[in-house]
Design a protein around this ligand. Sequence first.
Ligand code: PHE
Length: 464
Amino acid sequence: MAELRTSIHGQWSSRWAFVLAATGSAVGLGNIWKFPYITGENGGGAFVLVYLLCIAVIGFPIMMAEIMLGRRGRQSPINTMYTLAIESGHSGQWKWLGWMGVVAGFLILSYYSVIAGWALAYIFRTAASTFNNVTPDGVSSIFNTFLADPESLLFWHTVFMVMTMLVVARGVSGGLEKAVKFLMPGLFLILLVLLGYAMSTGEFNRGLDFLFNPDFSRINQESVLIAMGHAFFTLSLGMGAIMVYGSYLPQNASIAGTTFLIVIADTAVALVAGMVIFPLVFANGLEPGAGPGLIFQTLPMAFGHMPGGAVFGTLFFILLAFAAWSSSISLIEPAVAWLVENHNMDRMQASVIMGIACWLTGLLTVFSFNLLADFTPLDMFESFKGKTLFDLLDFLTASIMLPLGGLAIAIFSVWVMGRDASRDELDMGDGLAYKLWRFLVRYITPVAVIIVFLHAIGMIDLAG
Ligand code: PHE
């Protein structure tokens, strides 16, 4: 390589700091809130299998590609894509790929913050023993009353957005790195305690059976699209979050090795979360397909009846809020880094501006659960019938924008960027491992994403 760039935003203090930060980004609401509820809605085992397959053959190689591009470019994804494209003799228009990522991250954070706000609110509810000996109806009515009140949702959404911006404003090693060093180990510990409890419920095997026994009659094209989108979402791929974290990675760290650790940790947390939640769901006669409210409606029920439930429940929601926190900072980091690079702002100004804009956009989600609950603007399409603004935002970002971003990243890494450049940056020689990576990114990822998309388009009934 000609010359080594450095990032103006600083650098992780070590490879481990990067692994922690990237794991912090990957492990979030996606693992603990979203994975169980979409698994419940899509029938369990078969969906989980498709998701795992997508993680292995799409997520893993794309994560390597994103880290590689980030470290090579050492700037915000927009400028990285621009620089690397020009460097390899292609059009600077590739910067639009960076832009799509910035928009996707912004939109995701707008609703992510609202859901994370639910977790914050539930910390205090469980701690106050609100759920002691509650009935299933009682728990739903507490949840529904909460959702029906835009002011409470707004309050917690505001608190979470402020928390996010405080960390982002402090910068790479001052803010992000300090926060995750303390958040991640705590998270793993609390999850293991909960797993121990779930094993004692008597329905542990039934939970495992639901998660791991595939019944393919229970999934369709839409489930496959959701599973693939979730593989991107849960690994923070397709929008530049991992790319921007990669741009702060020290030059000597192995990309394949770090990717392996991050993917294993993320997948383990999701599966363990499922193994905690489904036994509790079955042991309490609850409904796996309850939707986005699943963990907020079913878990408090369990916590309300188990010995020490208030303690376990409080720990659980603290864990969820921590996990969300270390993800949310990476959702907005590409936008903040870009503002600092191109508009001469300091991180504080950039964070405040993005925070306010994102907070405002979050109002759409806040109101989707109350004032605008009946506003389902795409009802003319059969497959979007009944979808609220929140549902549509989630679908647009997780199922469309992230896989599309991932597809473009794959194309860029092997068709646009020269072979020498990627081999040099990945630094794993020219052996089997490199060839396998290249094969997956060159053929398997693009073909898989395109096939899933085509099937999904076929499923959308335009005549509705
Ligand atoms: N991976 C995060 C989660 O699972 C969400 C996320 C998506 C974060 C995209 C950054 C980028 O909750």
